[in-house]
Design a protein around this ligand. Structure first.
Ligand code: MG
Length: 462
């Protein structure tokens, strides 16, 4: 078990986040208003069977309130700042009998600390009036066309109602997503606690898969072992993303998610999976031998990826960037592949060719390592936040950022590649926190990645 940090997010934390956002939006001229909507329920086959509801990450970040269809409005004006939640007032007897009751406006105000809670049925009447008093609207345009149309209709009504007053409302629309993404990019201690839990359970699922794996199993059976572990330990009803469980040649397809093939003796299996805990995502890749023992050829390629991954993790410190992680991983992978005669040519030249995106990938190490080395991680697996500065340079790491480190090597059969390496696909991925001082903190160290440790875990249960 990795070291734990303080867990659970209290209502006071959500209130502070709303206060921070209100402070940001009130910096502009005049009165400001922000609209953030939760996800709606989605129906399967257009009938009455619903997909599992998952809160919109921005909405959840500011509320901790999961009711589908609810809308949060934050307003900053001469009277100060306030939060308004629009949610279901109640449901009728029959709906309550089938689906249970709702929190309601009284519960939302009392339990979640919103200043005002109104029935969602009143939103079309209330919002134009609120917009009448506002100069700048903060809203994430372009994410949901149905909501875009509705918000614009409120703007239109507000403008019509204010026509004869002289000062038109909503003279500017700002992208709310930019502000929220920047807030979400730096994780609080509570969030790091939840990400650690998500990483811990995801690592447990990987260990379970290592212990359960046998030649003759199907990939989906290994996936089931992992997802059973997540759910048994309190992760959400859905994993953070579709599991990749790829045996043998399937591992050379980066986003293979069919998971419907036989796991064969002598092959490796690549697992890239994530449990979601309290809506925070784990994301771990481990590659291990189906029969519990690496072949010598598999070991040689694995060690290159492992060395590259450890070096990439070491670069996850304040002031560095994802470009530093990538550069060190690309160098180690190129040198390693050249040593194994999988890549032919001058190492420095191969690296230079790969670093210039104008060159075809087949001309460099990118023939075998064709993706980047990581992404932000948080409420979303590919979490929000810009990767670049406004001048196009790579953004420097800051304390509290969490990202993945995940180099890989994928070798398809080719006449110029020694046959013993054909169909080997290896990715090793951990979730890493940028610490204020010193070494990066790996949130996912439960899952073994040294060859000896993997073989020991796999031998123990057979
Ligand atoms: Mg992953």
């Amino acid at each position: 078990m990795t070291k734990r940090r303080r867990l659970m997010i209290k209502n006071s934390v959500y209130k502070k986040r709303r206060a921070r956002l209100l402070k940001k939006i009130s910096k502009g001229k005049g009165n400001s208003i922000a609209v953030i909507a939760n996800a709606e329920i989605c129906l399967r086959n257009g009938r009455d069977n619903e997909y599992p509801a998952r809160a919109d990450s921005n909405f959840w970040y500011l509320t901790g309130f999961s009711e589908p269809g609810a809308v949060l409005v934050l307003a900053a004006d001469g009277e100060g700042s306030r939060s308004v939640i629009f949610c279901q007032e109640s449901v009728d007897f029959v709906k309550a009998a089938f689906d249970g009751d709702v929190i309601g406006t009284v519960g939302a105000k009392k339990r979640f600390g919103f200043d005002t809670a109104l029935s969602i049925d009143t939103i079309d009447a209330v919002m134009p009036k609120m917009f009448c008093e506002s100069d700048t609207l903060y809203y994430h345009m372009g994410q949901r066309s149905d909501l875009d149309r509705r918000v614009m209709s409120w703007v239109g009504e507000a403008k019509s109602a204010s026509y004869r007053r002289g000062a038109p409302p909503i003279t500017a629309i700002e992208d709310l997503d930019v502000l929220l993404s920047e807030m979400r990019l730096i994780k609080s201690p509570e969030e790091i606690g939840l990400l650690t839990r998500a990483g811990h359970f995801t690592g447990g699922g990987i260990i379970k898969a290592m212990q359960s794996c046998r030649p003759g199993m199907m990939e989906y059976q290994l996936e089931a072992k992992i997802h059973e572990w997540f759910r048994y330990h309190g992760c959400g009803g859905m994993p953070a993303f579709s599991a990749i469980v790829a045996g043998g040649a399937n591992a050379t397809t980066l986003h293979y998610v069919d998971n419907n093939c036989l796991l064969k003796d002598g092959d490796l299996v690549l697992t890239d999976v994530g449990g979601e805990f309290e809506l925070y995502s784990g994301d771990i890749s481990r590659t291990f031998p189906v029969n519990g023992k690496f072949s010598e050829a598999q070991k040689r390629v694995y060690q290159i990826v492992l060395l590259a991954q450890k070096a990439a993790i070491q670069k996850v410190v304040v002031g560095n960037s994802l470009a530093d992680c990538y550069a060190v991983a690309a160098r180690i992978i190129t040198e390693g592949l050249a040593d194994l005669k999988i890549l032919d040519g001058d190492v420095e030249e191969l690296i230079a060719l790969g670093m210039d995106s104008k060159n075809p990938p087949e001309a460099s190490y990118k023939k075998f390592f064709m993706h980047r080395t990581g992404h932000w991680l948080g409420l979303d697996t590919h979490d929000v936040g810009s990767y670049f500065n406004s001048d196009g340079t790579h953004r420097a790491f800051e304390a509290g950022m969490v990202l993945t480190a995940e180099p890989g090597i994928y070798i398809k059969p080719a006449p110029d590649v020694p046959e013993e390496y054909w169909n080997i696909g290896i990715r090793i991925e951990d979730d890493v926190l940028v610490e204020k001082f010193g070494e990066p903190f790996v949130l996912t160290s439960d899952a073994p990645k040294e060859i000896a440790d993997i073989e020991e875990v796999m031998s123990f249960h057979r």
